[in-house]
Ligand binder design. Structure first.
Ligand code: SAH
Ligand code: SF4
Ligand code: F3S
Length: 442
């Protein structure tokens, strides 16, 4: 008999991508195979995101499209996992009764068993409890990513305990839960043994790593342990909360050879009153101080960020003040968003919401500014030689290869496919918003 096939659609952050990879591994271990098309898959699994309205809308319309599909093919299992599944729970089933499984954020590692139950006739299943022992999540993480990719993404801490006033993540992902140092080191060793050369450590705030563990190991301690692994060329991590940047972290960035010169340090807003209302726990002065220390200690470091505009009560003057700050800092790149009210969060309850058209106008103004800065900074890099880890053939362009510099910039250059997976020197010859075109150095 042909094996059963699955199709996964993932929304949201890199953590969700990592969770989807893990679910894929679990399904494959249970004999399932990936299906290139949604339409003839035996399992359609949607891993969802709740951080803004838009990704939630997309899931609702996707579920709408799947309703006739399920009628025509009732044996197809439809599962909704992740943050929106956690948030909506059985409301999701009321709106979309053709969904078979609603799988919360601490349950994704049971996907294989739950799908088997549905196929045996037990439906619908709603699994949302947060109490689920995170150690079982830890154990099954080891199954992920076989065979190992050149660049692996590894959750080291799940959940978030920060409660920024606009953010849904702590509600849908639960409190911070770190994986023990020995377990992370063992997993990275395993990945490197199977060919991984770069790891990106993932967490909503990796700098909170270890606080919840016995002995409270720090994130920089974890970095120093991983730096010693033979065959691991590069270590990256994301995201960092500015409040938790320590001198030890800056030293790790400066001194550990495999730790790449890049930090993603979401600022969110550039006016102190707004930062306070967001419950971010730092001021613009403090943020500027961190940027100064990082740039002094780590030559060439790329500092990228997340910025949100139109937080409730943000005055036009505060928005302008923020733009002036971003012009001063000159981020290497930024993810930029218009504030989106999330039901249940403190900010969504406020009465001074900014009208949508104003939020969007501010967003476009910010994007214009940051694009100019990103492009100008990239132009300044032309002529330099970068160490590039070669991913393989570029998505478009004949005979072109794509890879990343240590500062995480994308570099595209002509070269033989045989150098995929190796480190090469590339001279940067042309700057774009997305990165560089380059030429292999002699
Ligand atoms: N843990 C990360 C952020 C995860 S969410 C951190 O604290 O940096 C990714 C980004 O989405 C956030 O940095 C923020 O800029 C944006 N975001 C979060 N909630 C949002 C909301 N309600 N509306 C718009 N953007 C939001
Ligand atoms: Fe959300 Fe703040 Fe936690 Fe980031 S640190 S996930 S923005 S609550
Ligand atoms: Fe979205 Fe959940 Fe990630 S809300 S950004 S998928 S943690």
């Amino acid at each position: 008999m042909d094996s059963l096939t699955y199709h996964i659609i993932t929304f949201g952050c890199q953590m969700n991508e990592a969770d989807s990879d893990l679910m894929a591994s679990l399904l494959e271990r249970a004999g399932w195979r990936p299906s290139d098309s949604r339409d003839n898959a035996d399992l359609i699994l949607i891993n969802t995101c709740s951080v803004r309205e838009k990704p939630e809308h997309k899931v609702h319309s996707l579920l709408g499209e799947l309703r006739p599909h399920k009628l025509a093919r009732p044996r197809t299992v439809i599962a909704v996992a992740g943050c929106m599944a956690q948030r909506e729970g059985d409301r999701l089933l009321r709106r979309a009764p053709h969904v078979d499984i609603v799988l919360g954020t601490r349950w994704f590692h049971h996907i294989d068993d739950l799908v088997a139950r549905v196929r045996a006739g037990d439906r619908p299943i709603i699994a949302l409890e947060m109490e689920e022992d995170p150690s079982s999540v830890r154990a099954r993480n080891d199954l992920a990513q076989q065979p190992a990719p050149l660049r692996a993404f590894l959750p080291i801490i799940r959940g978030c305990s920060n409660f920024c006033s606009y953010c849904i993540v702590p509600y849908v992902r639960g409190r911070e839960a770190s994986r023990p140092v020995a377990e992370v080191v063992r997993e990275v060793n395993g990945l490197v043994g199977r060919g991984t050369r770069e790891v990106t450590l993932l967490g909503q705030n990796v700098l909170a790593y270890g606080r919840d563990l016995p002995d409270a190991p720090t994130f920089d301690h974890l970095l120093s342990r991983l730096d010693g692994i033979d065959g691991l060329w590069r270590i990256r991590f994301t995201t960092c909360h500015p409040r938790d940047v320590s001198d030890d972290l800056i030293s790790a960035l400066a001194d550990l050879p495999s730790v790449c010169e890049h930090i993603h340090l979401p600022i969110q807003a550039g006016a102190d009153r707004i930062l306070a209302a967001m419950n971010r726990g730092y001021t613009t002065d403090r943020y500027l101080g961190i940027v100064g220390r990082l740039r002094n200690a780590v030559p060439g470091i790329a500092i990228t960020t997340d910025i949100m505009v139109g937080f409730p009560g943000e005055a036009e003057e505060e928005f302008e003040e923020s733009l002036r700050l971003y012009e001063r800092i000159r981020f290497g790149g930024a993810f930029m968003f218009a504030y989106s009210p999330r039901p249940g969060t403190a900010a969504a309850e406020r009465e001074d919401q900014i009208p949508r058209d104003i939020r969007l106008a501010r967003l476009h103004k910010l994007i214009d500014l940051q694009n100019r800065i990103t492009l100008a900074r990239n132009h300044a890099g032309v002529g330099e030689e970068a160490e590039v880890l070669v991913d393989g053939p570029a998505q478009r362009g004949d005979g072109l290869l794509a890879g990343r510099a240590r500062n995480n910039k994308q570099v595209i250059f002509p070269g033989p496919p045989s150098i995929a997976g190796s480190l090469v020197k590339v001279t940067l010859i042309e700057a774009h918003l997305w990165g560089f075109r380059g030429q292999l150095s002699e």
